[in-house]
Design a protein around this ligand. Structure first.
Ligand code: SF4
Length: 656
């Protein structure tokens, strides 16, 4: 039934082959390793060494450095020598694209080389070519000829290799046969792995990165299944989401992709790619990994599944009936928790994206306006703005005067014994133990209910997934809101954990809404509580967007930068963001170089790509439309391009 991870209910790491990388082994029972990549020009030895040291001190166990040509590959020796001289033995990884000769030099110097099967022996021409079996085989023979020398050098020098597929840089050959799919990504790596195994070389780590978290998760799962099916070795997995972006968006997106796989015991090393200094990446990776150190001991047992109705390799949203604006084809909804506030005023709703203008005496909703507020035992005393609805505890609802405008939240027993219900929409709070045959029968008869699923289990995502599976296996199409509560954690941990738990379910098409509850957080003064509510509201929208289930803001697919980067990515991303972040649902790729940028920005609607010093190429989708725009005019020209497509809207300053 399940062939992509050891268990869907119990935390177990996938048993992988141990690969030695310069004395820091990965895979097997070794800890999940943290790694990152330098951004300094590889020819700048001193700068690279200093950056490596900052990265090591931030927690990097491996460091990757780009080697675009032979001269950079050769300079890896100087960087390595300088690091060793200063007492740092961190294994180095050379990052190779397009240049087998640089790979062959680097493999003699560093502890691991990374090759991208999409461009190791192929130059991308964006051609669709019809291959028959013979011509496809001829291509494979050509690749073998280019690739085998590197494999032999690695074998001879004890150098490990990462076969790192990128969704955005699949070869024309793979695209022509398999399309832009997880299967294409997997097959791209398998072609190279088969060659390695034929040569008796097994020191391999594999990655399946994409900027689209659904594609990324599906590709890793499919890879595991295909390796097993084909009797290939269980190679360790390097996890990463490419071009995740910066700040909270980058962290949320990384957690959704990487965390989802870690929950199922997949992953032996992690690289979080942020458009920030590389030393900012290791702590995020470590925080994601640390969550699993004691997971197996702390988790409460979950009974095994008898049948799994979820397709792990393709996105299908769970079928649900529509109850008001929940479930069916509605986007997943955001419920904000205001239950610890008493005496809520108009202005307080700003924390959930509904801004009250005194001047006009009306509310404006921004892009992150919550759909529901949960007020517990403290119903709101005024009329809510359009587009916002209220959920209150059952007793408070029974006592309220205006019952039609608010909806009750009942415990399961309250629901089963309730004489009074709302005519259109009732919420039921349920944990796995509450999903009894009696509740299932009642749900079948009632088209007004929405479940709010929650858990106290440390192994939270799999337990909530089990709730969904139980409902699906019993034919229940009631919409479900995923409720998570976190106490005693830092805000950074809450961000990563919520993104993992909720994102992991959304990726599998589960969940019609999200409620990040404040109930377990320490008591706070009202202003701080509003600040927390604001953060959790933004986080909820961020998770829905990162899991690609609800687009509420502009998406930036920015590369993490490396030695090839032609402009200051952080500064440029901030500048582009400042001018465009009110454009709902537009995806903008911001890539540091023309070599990999266009391929790696994947499904962006527009691309801003460095082509030379102070020169930018602008793309519409995969097509270059302005080849060499001076950097100081490039953002204006980008906006012009968006305007030409009628996708530009003027930013509106909301009044308070
Ligand atoms: S797109 Fe960015 S990270 Fe990728 S090679 Fe170019 S500069 Fe480096």
């Amino acid at each position: 039934m399940n062939s992509y991870c050891p268990s869907l209910v119990e935390y177990k790491r996938r048993k992988t082959r141990v690969v030695n990388i310069g004395g820091v082994p990965v895979g097997g029972d070794n800890p999940i390793r943290v790694q990152s990549m330098t951004t300094v020009d590889t020819m700048d030895t001193e700068g690279s060494v200093e950056q490596c040291i900052r990265m090591i001190e931030a927690g990097c166990e491996y460091i990757r450095i780009t080697a675009p040509s032979i001269k950079e590959a050769e300079n890896l020796q100087n960087i390595k020598d300088a690091l060793r001289l200063r007492g740092y033995n961190v294994p180095l990884i050379a990052d190779i694209h397009f240049t087998p000769n640089a790979a062959e030099v680097a493999a003699r110097i560093v502890e691991k080389v990374r090759v991208n099967p999409g461009n190791y022996a192929d130059k991308k021409k964006f051609q669709v070519i019809e291959y028959d079996d013979a011509s496809y085989q001829a291509e494979l023979d050509r690749i073998r000829e280019r690739f085998v020398p590197l494999v032999r050098i690695c074998k001879e020098h004890g150098t490990a290799m990462r076969i790192g597929t990128n969704h955005g840089s699949l070869s024309d050959r793979i695209l022509s046969r398999y399309g832009d799919t997880p299967l294409g990504m997997v097959e791209s790596a398998l072609e190279f792995i088969r060659i390695c195994e034929d040569e008796g070389f097994f020191d391999i780590v594999i990655s399946m990165k994409a900027s689209n978290t659904q594609v990324m998760v599906q590709a890793y799962r499919l890879l595991v299944q295909k390796l097993d099916d084909e009797g290939l070795q269980p190679y360790p997995l390097h996890l990463g989401v490419t071009e995740a972006g910066e700040a909270e968006d980058g962290r949320i997106k990384s957690a959704v992709g990487i965390g989802t796989l870690l929950e199922d015991g997949l992953g032996d090393t992690v690289r979080v790619s942020l458009t920030e200094a590389p030393e900012a990446e290791a702590p995020v990776a470590q925080a994601l990994i640390d969550r699993y150190t004691h997971r197996a001991e702390k988790a409460q047992p979950i009974k095994p599944l008898c049948k799994n109705p979820i397709d792990p390799f393709q996105y299908h949203r769970r079928e649900t009936v529509e109850v008001e604006n929940l479930g069916g084809l509605n986007v997943p909804r955001v419920v904000a928790d205001l239950s610890r506030l008493t005496d809520i005023k108009y202005a307080d709703l700003k924390a959930v994206g509904h801004l009250y203008s005194m001047l006009l005496d009306k509310f404006n909703m921004n892009d992150l306006g919550a759909d529901y507020i949960y007020t517990g035992d403290n119903p709101i005393s005024f009329m809510l703005p359009n587009g916002l609805k209220e959920i209150v505890n059952y007793t408070a609802w029974q006592q309220a005067e205006q019952r039609d405008d608010r909806h009750p939240l009942m415990h399961t027993e309250e629901y089963l014994s309730s004489a009074e219900r709302h005519g259109k929409l009732n919420f039921i709070l349920a944990a796995i133990g509450d999903i009894s045959p009696e509740l299932i029968e009642a749900l079948k008869q009632d088209r007004t209910t929405v479940l709010m699923l929650h858990t106290q289990n440390e192994h939270a995502m799999p337990e909530l997934r089990k709730c969904f599976i139980r409902l699906m296996n019993n034919g229940i199409q009631t919409p479900c809101i995923i409720k998570r509560s976190y106490g005693d954690l830092t805000p950074d941990q809450v961000q990563l954990y919520a993104a993992t738990d909720v994102g992991g379910l959304l990726i599998d098409g589960l969940g019609d809404g999200v409620l990040l509850s404040t109930e377990l957080l320490p008591e706070q003064e009202k202003q701080e509580e509003l600040q927390t509510i604001d953060t959790l509201n933004k986080l909820s929208f961020g998770i829905l967007q990162a899991a690609r289930t609800r687009m509420s803001k502009t998406e930036y697919i920015s590369c993490p930068s490396c030695g090839r980067t032609l402009f200051d990515l952080q500064e440029t991303t901030a500048m582009i963001r400042k001018r465009t972040d009110h454009l709902k649902g537009v995806k903008i790729g911001i890539m540091g170089c023309i070599v990999n940028g266009p391929g790696e920005m994947a499904d962006a609607d527009y691309g801003y790509v460095g082509v030379g010093k102070d020169k930018i190429a602008l793309y519409r989708g995969q097509t270059v439309v302005k080849k060499s725009v001076p950097a100081d005019r490039a953002v204006d020209e980008l906006i012009e391009l968006i305007r030409e497509d009628s996708r530009w809207i003027e930013p509106v300053q909301l009044e308070e």
